[in-house]
Ligand binder design. Structure first.
Ligand SMILES: Cc1cc2nc3c(=O)[nH]c(=O)nc-3n(C[C@H](O)[C@H](O)[C@H](O)COP(=O)(O)OP(=O)(O)OC[C@H]3O[C@@H](n4cnc5c(N)ncnc54)[C@H](O)[C@@H]3O)c2cc1C
Length: 223
């Protein structure tokens, strides 16, 4: 998915795999601190484009009045298993099982070209209810549980299972959005954006991102 962004960011000064754990306002500029104690800055402006509960922790001290606003945004989690099977079964590509009582929401086969010839690769998303119940389990525990159900559903044995990985999307799907395009403080030069401003999908994230960029640019053109 990130191949879309690579050409757009090729001329930017980009730091990857850096978790920012604190943003500090120091005499009209911003200083950022990472979880491995590196300092970044000073910067004139900061746009925080991460899930609302994580953004809330970052702006808590500099902009406490946003804390309650951000608290109103709610998410559903999604536990996911990535499964590699020997052989070409099952022979469907995609299944959406909204009404499955326990586990599944969606099963999707990874494109053939991305998997060796005699293997099939699957991504299995659990329902929000099941994901909430198992959210704090180990990766291996929930991935094994999802794989067990998947094999059972398709009448396959455990011997067909070659590889298994679990992924925990804690903030997977926005179900109560903010209802505004973005949040912006002109004086602090601080902006917040993300899908959670408007809804649960990429288009919402895109519209929110464009809006916060417009607000920063308008501000620069005025000064
Ligand atoms: C399983 C799944 C399937 C989906 N399928 C679809 C679909 O088919 N179509 C669709 O339109 N949408 C889909 N979505 C939703 C879509 O992925 C989101 O709406 C979109 O990615 C939100 O973009 P964003 O830029 O707001 O946030 P994100 O994509 O969540 O980006 C935020 C980034 O910030 C990083 N980050 C978080 N905290 C920090 C920190 N402290 N410091 C530094 N970096 C940090 C994160 O690692 C992440 O890379 C799906 C989501 C999931 C979970």
């Amino acid at each position: 998915m990130n191949s879309l962004l690579k050409p757009l960011t090729s001329e930017l000064d980009l730091y990857q795999s850096v978790e920012i754990c604190e943003i500090k306002r120091e005499s009209n500029s911003w200083q950022l601190q990472s979880s491995n104690n590196q300092e970044y800055g000073p910067f004139d402006s900061v746009a925080v484009c991460i899930p609302a509960p994580q953004a809330r922790n970052l702006v808590m001290t500099t902009k406490p009045c946003w804390y309650r606003i951000l608290d109103s945004v709610k998410y559903e989690p999604c536990l996911t298993a990535m499964i590699v099977l020997e052989g070409n079964k099952p022979d469907f590509r995609y299944a959406s099982l909204e009404n499955h009582p326990q586990v599944w929401r969606q099963i999707e086969q990874v494109e053939n070209g991305k998997c060796a010839a005699n293997l099939s690769c699957w991504v299995v998303h659990a329902t929000p209810a099941w994901s909430s119940a198992y959210l704090e389990c180990d990766y291996s525990q929930f991935a094994n549980e999802l794989a067990r159900e998947f094999l059972l559903l398709n009448e396959l044995s455990h011997e067909n299972l070659l590889r298994l990985n679990g992924h925990r999307w804690r903030y997977a799907r926005v179900n109560i959005p903010l209802g505004e395009l973005s949040l912006f403080d002109n004086e602090l030069q601080l902006g917040l954006a993300g899908d959670w401003c408007l809804g649960p999908n990429v288009e919402n994230a895109f519209c929110s991102g464009i809006d916060i960029a417009d607000k920063f640019l308008l501000n620069i053109s005025k000064s």
